[in-house]
Design a protein around this ligand. Structure first.
Ligand SMILES: Nc1ncnc2c1ncn2[C@@H]1O[C@H](COP(=O)(O)OP(=O)(O)OP(=O)(O)O)[C@@H](O)[C@H]1O
Ligand SMILES: [Mg+2]
Length: 258
């Protein structure tokens, strides 16, 4: 099992959208994939057509001591989903307290699922430092930093890299982190220039970019995977490339470990 944390210092950059799309794209390639929502917004499920909360969710399963299997939902997109769940304020506080007390809780509970060896778990996180981000980074074998091609996003990067250094880079089971530049719009000169500068600066850690593409939110509104909604869209093409990149980076780490 490989765990990928999707993170960003800044909010609204596209983490949840990307987490859902990457999970769907991965499961299309035959990789057993589980998308886990670690964000109290509980919004990841919306990308899988679940407009109403259903099932127990991650928080309920942890607080009641149930096997996390109870929180798993099969989706029509091939991958499994573990929603955060709709929870009362006191349950959220109790859950966050547990996460603070037990930094390895998520990793251990995911291991207890005994997923296939080649399974990939994708963790969607809330923006910025939080107990959720700490858990995700502590559990992750790879971290993907989602960033917009603007100065504000760029300015937040050192703080995220600092957290990755603290929670990931000292572990042998951590592959590496990489950057995904999202919502790139080549019709806007500054946006296009910043995306170029970022990719140059990120070097080998530049995973790729996803263009600003209306097909992405439209697919969500239609409860469809963007590659089905419009397979000729830029978003679909970008996603396929990124998925390939992620898989090859994970395969690389398997080879190094072997
Ligand atoms: N490549 C893209 N092209 C067009 N729109 C996009 C793209 N990626 C994301 N969006 C849109 O950007 C908005 C924010 O996306 P999303 O909710 O996934 O961000 P987030 O990082 O998860 O936010 P938060 O930090 O609040 O969790 C949504 O309206 C989504 O449809
Ligand atoms: Mg989100």
């Amino acid at each position: 099992m490989k765990i990928i944390a999707i993170v960003s210092a800044k909010g609204g950059v596209g983490k949840t959208t990307f987490s859902a799309n990457l999970s769907m794209a991965m499961s299309r390639t035959g990789v057993p994939t589980l998308a886990v929502d670690l964000d109290p917004q509980d919004a990841l499920r919306l990308h899988f057509g679940l407009s109403m909360p259903c099932g127990d969710g991650l928080v309920e399963a942890v607080l009641t001591g149930m096997d996390l299997r109870h929180a798993l939902l099969q989706t029509e997109f091939g991958c499994d989903l573990m929603p955060y769940g709709q929870v009362e304020e006191e349950d959220r506080e109790a859950f966050e307290h547990l996460l603070r007390e037990q930094p390895l809780l998520l990793r251990q509970r995911l291991e207890m699922l005994n997923l296939p060896e080649d399974a990939v778990v994708i963790l969607d996180t809330p923006p910025g430092p939080s107990v959720y981000l700490t858990q995700a980074l502590t559990a992750a074998n790879m971290a993907l930093i989602v960033v917009l091609s603007d100065a504000a996003s760029y300015a937040t990067l050192p703080s995220m890299v600092g957290l990755i250094q603290r929670y990931c880079l000292n572990r042998n089971d951590f592959n590496d982190y990489a950057y995904l530049v999202n919502q790139v719009d080549h019709s806007r000169q500054l946006n296009s220039d910043v995306a170029y500068v970022m990719r140059t600066q990120f070097g080998k850690r530049a995973l790729g970019l996803v263009h600003q593409d209306q097909a992405i939110p439209e697919a969500l509104a239609c409860n469809q995977f963007v590659c089905d909604y419009d397979k000729h869209s830029r978003g679909a093409a970008d996603l396929a490339l990124i998925c390939e990149q992620v898989l090859s980076r994970l395969a690389l780490s398997y080879r190094t470990a072997a």
